[in-house]
Ligand binder design. Sequence first.
Ligand SMILES: Nc1ncnc2c1ncn2[C@@H]1O[C@H](COP(=O)(O)OP(=O)(O)O)[C@@H](O)[C@H]1O
Ligand SMILES: O=P(O)(O)O[C@H]1O[C@H](CO)[C@@H](O[C@H]2O[C@H](CO)[C@@H](O)[C@H](O)[C@H]2O)[C@H](O)[C@H]1O
Length: 437
Amino acid sequence: MMMMSELRTDPRWAHARGSRWFAGKDGGAEPVSIRPLDWFVPPGRGGPAVRTEILSVAYPDGRTEDYQLLLSYRPDRLAGAVLGSGPGGDRRWVHDATRDPQAVLALVDALRGDGRGADWQGRLAVDALPADPRPVRPFEGEQSNSTVFLGASALIKVIRRLEPGRSIDIELHEALARAGVRSTDELLGSLSATPGGGARVDLAMITTRIDAARDGWALATAEAAAGHDFSAHAARLGRALGLVHAALAAQLGTGSLDGDAIADAMTARLAAAADEVPALAGHERRVRRLFDALRGRELASQRIHGDFHLGQTLLGRDGWHIIDFEGEPLKSLAERRRPDSPLRDVAGMVRSFGYAAATATGLAPADREDWELTCVNAFVGACVDTDEPFVGRDDTLSAYVADKAVYEVLYEHRNRPDWIHIPLNALERLVALGTSD
Ligand SMILES: Nc1ncnc2c1ncn2[C@@H]1O[C@H](COP(=O)(O)OP(=O)(O)O)[C@@H](O)[C@H]1O
Ligand SMILES: O=P(O)(O)O[C@H]1O[C@H](CO)[C@@H](O[C@H]2O[C@H](CO)[C@@H](O)[C@H](O)[C@H]2O)[C@H](O)[C@H]1O
């Protein structure tokens, strides 16, 4: 067992704390341990040896988190992937395996035909992927996990923050497949482990890659910057979300939520966020009033996407696809698995149109607002079930939009402080509008 002082100078810790997927960058996280799983690809096979090592970190307030380090060990140094020399006198170099194509290919091969090791299990039909799914290329954009493309037809998503229990992304992909929903990506395989003989934890999923996809965020921001109307796309996104909601309700059931409990939860999240982000404190009282509009109401609930924004949508040859069903990365697995109002997803995309409009700095402020409003109206009109009149009154949606903006303030504070003005401005506008019906 390595001492904390040794871990602090370990290249694997330096790699983790500098990565976008590491949530604890400013929270005073300290490394506690790094525990290896059994090899996926053992040493001595002529290529890189590959395994997962689980980094546990602790925060000053006593919270702990586990992260997956997918590592490859090689005698040579692979530029762009090498982290440093191997731990404990290991003569090989340790690498980030997601940037080591040979390691990724060896891992995928180890999973084929339901591979397993002493403490891990893979599920991937032998012929689910081409024999040589190249080129292997990591996704270079902003991400909470690590996606690596396997040629033109598939990808592997390595889950970074590990929590016991099934991955929500995998669970919801399975439910959507059962319902025959085509507007997502298809689950081809998965990898899970039982570290130390304990609870099962999901490590990775392999899905189809959406053909010729354009990222919804890239497309919308380009269209916004050019001042082009995006409302037809917004309406199609609304219909795609409506289909996903209907399928999740049919497969996983529906229920109802007490508006007082939801208002209490939103108020508690606001208070916690205001403690961490001083800029929020001035808004606290008036935002709380938006949440109070939910009191005394009963809201329909079901399993939802949980973090629906433009970056979770891809425009393929056959229309819009919705990806990444794991919910908001700042929430615990238990919170993310809890049924919620579908309005949370509607609010997520409403905020995303706000973000896209905010980036169109070449447009006059009034044109930005028009662009946003046109998208929001088209989207909201299309995603609510037309057979059943829209039960969520405007102020119910406003409460969810405000709750999402509060989440975003915290998210930006921790990850992209230069963008914190975007959700703060949105909150200001929401409180100025009040709880109009
Ligand atoms: N099935 C897919 N087909 C094509 N590209 C995809 C697919 N899934 C994800 N991507 C690309 O990878 C990016 C990150 O994937 P995502 O699942 O959102 O990761 P995270 O959970 O880390 O946020 C997406 O924004 C998209 O550009
Ligand atoms: O995609 P993730 O699951 O990692 O989601 C997190 O990161 C998102 C940013 O990458 C963040 O989304 C916020 O910024 C987007 C623009 O980059 C914007 O479209 C979204 O509306 C806004 O919420 C998301 O909140 C966070 O959970």
